[in-house]
Design a protein around this ligand. Structure first.
Ligand code: NAD
Ligand code: UDP
Ligand code: UDP
Length: 332
């Protein structure tokens, strides 16, 4: 198989890598990729929005250690590389306990930075396009300062992640640490939870069950969806990048689509009989979101490869299997 540029390979020196949030949607794919590349992986998760099922197939792996812990409490492990992915990412989940979300973003980040400092390690922070809030410029490049509400129901996540970035910058400046910030845009794929609440999983599960597709508002708001394999490739490439790498760097897809078009596309690809129904638009829902990937392409040589249709088909097939297995277990 062709080796992608900068991808950690089995030939690279195996490292001891910590993934926080390793039982989540993105974290579990990352853990799998790192094990496959020959690294020793420690996964820390409190299973608040992730699931043991996501890593069940890896549990017997001799190079994986899973620790059930909240990163709001200090974490003492030894690691050379750290991916800080712990934090609920679905608006439904992060708004369930907003104060806990802030603590995870801020106190959890502080602990991870303390850990990075003590270990003289390298850290990637999973930041988010939400630091741009409801953007007034499209596409968003890394110099855009954002349009974020300090008090809306999304603020616990948006402002939490912004503060986490500020902590990263201060630790980098004061302690000369190798800290990298990935601003991740909407990512989808297998292992999203059925009840995750994010749009791709909602639409696919609704379509497969022939239930109404719930479009919030008019459905004219846009997002740009990146397939999970591409995103994981982006973050591992960022970790392998040179020591003078400038971040933050946006990682995502430029294929912008309205939620109405996404609903129609999912209906077409699933052959579903579902009808589209409109529901109230959540407070402060960003109207448009699309990354400028100039930095990712020029600094990392990275860009997404999977077309939305192809990624959706893979995700539909994964959810179809999951729902069939659930139905089978109910009829047994
Ligand atoms: P997810 O909710 O599926 O995974 C998050 C994981 O972190 C879960 O396993 C959860 O149990 C764990 N976790 C949460 N709080 C924790 C805590 N205090 N201590 C220990 N573990 C904790 O979300 P995801 O989509 O996999 O997102 C992973 C990371 O990527 C998050 O930091 C998120 O902000 C960021 N991100 C994701 C997206 C996306 O589209 N998926 C976009 C931008 C940023
Ligand atoms: N910390 C941690 N693991 C470590 C080292 C530190 O969780 O291996 C925590 C520590 O409890 C502290 C935070 O990280 O709350 C920041 O640590 P730092 O050493 O930067 O600050 P200090 O302890 O001096 O306040
Ligand atoms: N959305 C929708 N129907 C759903 C879930 C979400 O129309 O069942 C919309 C939501 O209002 C937002 C977009 O889809 O405009 C993306 O929502 P998601 O929660 O996936 O991510 P985020 O808002 O954090 O980008």
């Amino acid at each position: 198989m062709e080796k992608k540029p900068n991808e950690p390979s089995a030939k690279a020196r195996p490292k001891r890598v910590l993934v926080t949030g390793g039982a989540g949607f993105l974290g579990s794919h990352l853990v799998e990729r790192l094990l496959h590349a020959g690294h020793d992986v420690i996964c820390i998760d409190n299973f608040i929005s992730g699931s043991k099922k996501n890593i069940a197939h890896l549990m017997a792996h001799p190079r994986l250690e899973v620790i059930e812990q909240d990163i709001i409490s200090p974490v003492y492990v030894e690691a050379e590389e750290i991916y800080n992915f712990a934090c609920p990412a679905s608006p439904v989940h992060y708004q369930q306990n907003p104060i806990r979300t802030i603590k995870t973003c801020v106190i959890g980040m502080l602990n991870m930075l303390g850990l990075t400092k003590r270990n003289h390690a390298k850290l990637i922070q999973a930041s988010t396009s939400e630091v741009y809030g409801d953007p007034e410029v499209v596409p968003q490049d890394e110099s855009y300062r954002g349009n974020v509400s300090v008090s809306s129901v999304r603020a616990c996540y948006d402002e939490g992640k912004r503060c986490a970035e500020t902590l990263c910058e201060e630790y980098r400046r004061e302690h000369n640490l190798d800290i990298r910030i990935a601003r991740i845009f909407n990512t989808y794929g297998p292992r999203m939870q059925i009840d995750d609440g994010r749009v791709v999983s909602n639409f696919i599960v609704q379509a497969l069950r022939n239930e109404p597709i719930t479009v919030y508002g008019e459905g004219t708001q846009t997002r740009s969806f990146c397939f999970v394999d591409d995103l994981i490739q982006g973050v591992t490439t960022m970790m392998a990048g040179p020591s003078d790498l400038i971040t933050p760097i946006n990682l995502g897809s430029e294929e912008e689509i309205t939620m109405m078009d996404l609903a129609r596309r999912v209906l077409l690809l699933t052959g579903s009989r579902s009808k589209i129904e409109h529901r109230p638009l959540p407070e402060d829902d960003p109207k448009r979101r699309r990354p400028d990937l100039t930095r990712a392409r020029s600094f990392l040589g990275w860009g997404p490869r999977t077309k939305l249709n192809d990624g959706l088909l893979k995700t539909i097939s994964w959810f179809d299997d999951l729902l069939s297995r659930q139905e089978e277990s109910l009829t047994l």
